[in-house]
Design a binder for this molecule. Structure first.
Ligand code: ACM
Length: 481
């Protein structure tokens, strides 16, 4: 049994009480308040796996899940005493966060013997509302089963947004009503980088993923990248290219060569159809419009394009997120620039923050999970790397970018681009153990974080990930158990 606070992300406040340990005996049961039942069932399943016996839901249960005011949207209180365990939160999302904490206090599933929870109290709530990661389905497609497995793995660290990069020069991975060639051609054989396999999500598969993620309190953020990164759309529909000529498919790693034509109405008819379709399939508040690396679009055309497209996102009820290049225009204060470069200042993002926009921090040298861990590690890219675990951990989002402080931050996201990835094992190896570092950056108070403590807590995940079948990089910085 570990200490009460030995979890990732480290809780905001912890008061261990070694005299108050709770044993989950054979007659343990859960009492769930009205509204708490779905999360209580998830806890029951975890307790069954850890103890080897069923832990039913009963009115006299001493493991109590309660809903009460005062903890915020995702905060919770956990009290472990000798005679009862009490979890209290304002909302089911807070109960779910508490269950992720409890899960890490349980022994690795399959070990025999009494299961004992360490006594004491935790009071916890997130520093930032948006704690995300991103999977690039465009450069390499991952199946719905693989995405579900990824969702299960990231939810354990209180990650609450999964951004799906669905379209790029190489491929188009989401079925759009009225535009069948996008996925018939853009999701066809050989459309991954280097000719990797076919694949796309039907609208129904995407909706299923959204619902599956919602069951783990994760919001899907769909990205349709434009006006650049559109070669696959132009291969499928040559009329979307400026001169209407046939466009050759490309599956290399180059960027910045394709653009929608900001001067043609046809462009906006296409974009509106896509935004309408994606918004209709997405209950979450955000729709990501890309906007990065539009090197084949003139600065004037780029501004024209955004002035047309930002209001379309709002018309279909969504808040636009864009890579931080979108801050070249005056953004509405509902728009969210996502900073991804490595520099220390960005005039556009600072201006957007001053105008009331919230910002997502994804500086590539701290958060890009596709960077190599070390110069000689595979797979991965190295333009912003290498990125070891300490580097992913040891920074403060509120001091990363000049004039973009704590109050301007919506949160932090760790993107995983897939140019060099070929399998779910590759995805897992690049994600773990760096995403837990980013999760702690985004959830825990800066004052509660400490690298020496983090690497010790992280070491305990070796056996957990092995038991869950999750591959991870055995970073030499971590004293693996
Ligand atoms: C990006 O890495 N092009 C956002």
């Amino acid at each position: 049994m570990g200490q009460l606070g030995d979890v990732i992300p480290v809780p905001a406040q912890v008061w261990p009480d070694p005299a108050a340990d709770f044993t989950i005996g054979p007659d343990a049961a859960i009492r769930a308040a009205p509204g708490a039942e779905p999360v209580a069932r998830q806890l029951a399943e975890l307790l069954r796996a850890a103890t080897g016996h069923p832990v039913p839901m009963r009115p006299d249960g001493t493991i109590r899940m309660e809903l009460q005011d005062g903890h915020g949207a995702e905060g919770y209180r956990l009290d472990v005493a000798t005679d009862a365990v009490t979890v209290a939160a304002e909302r089911p999302a807070g109960l779910h966060a508490a269950v992720q904490t409890l899960r890490q206090l349980l022994p690795v599933a399959g070990r025999a013997g009494d299961v004992v929870l360490p006594g004491g109290r935790i009071l916890d709530r997130p520093r930032f509302a948006y704690r995300g990661t991103m999977l690039d389905l465009a450069r390499h497609f991952f199946t719905p089963d693989e995405v579900r497995s990824f969702i299960d793995a990231i939810a354990q660290f209180k990650i609450n947004h999964l951004h799906l990069h669905l379209t790029d020069d190489q491929g188009w991975r989401l079925e759009i009503e009225g535009w069948p060639r996008l996925t018939e051609i853009g999701g066809g054989p050989g459309t991954g980088v280097g000719g990797a396999g076919p694949g796309f999500l039907t609208a129904a598969e995407y909706a299923d993923l959204v619902a599956y993620a919602a069951g783990r309190f994760i919001t899907i953020v769909p990205e349709i990248d434009m006006p650049g990164h559109v070669n696959a759309a132009q291969v499928a529909y040559p009329e979307l290219a400026g001169d209407g000529r046939r466009v050759a498919p490309r599956h290399d790693r180059a960027v910045g060569y394709s653009s929608l034509d900001a001067g043609r109405e046809q462009t906006y008819a296409f974009v509106e159809d896509v935004i309408r379709a994606v918004a209709a399939l997405t209950p979450g508040p955000f729709l990501h419009i890309g906007g990065d690396e539009a090197k084949a679009t003139s600065a004037a055309d780029y501004r024209t394009f955004l002035h047309r497209v930002l209001p379309l996102v709002a018309r279909y009820g969504k808040r636009p997120i864009g890579w931080h290049e979108v801050a070249a225009v005056d953004l509405p204060d509902t728009a969210v620039p996502q900073f991804w470069r490595t520099r220390a200042a960005d005039a556009g993002v600072a201006r957007a923050a001053a105008n009331g926009c919230q910002v997502i921090m994804s500086p590539a040298d701290r958060t890009y999970l596709d960077m190599k861990y070390a110069a000689d590690s595979e797979p991965g890219l190295d333009w912003a790397g290498p990125l070891d675990v300490a580097r992913a951990y040891d920074w403060d989002p509120a001091t990363r970018l000049a004039r973009v402080g704590e109050q301007a931050l919506l949160g932090v996201e760790a993107p995983l681009w897939s140019e060099t990835l070929r399998s779910l094992t590759d995805v897992q190896t690049m994600t773990f153990p760096r995403l837990p570092a980013i999760a702690e950056v985004a959830w825990s108070p800066q004052t509660a974080r400490d690298w020496a403590s983090f690497r010790r807590r992280l070491a305990a995940f070796g056996p957990r990930w092995r038991a869950q079948g999750i591959a991870f990089h055995r970073s030499p910085e971590i004293p693996w158990a």
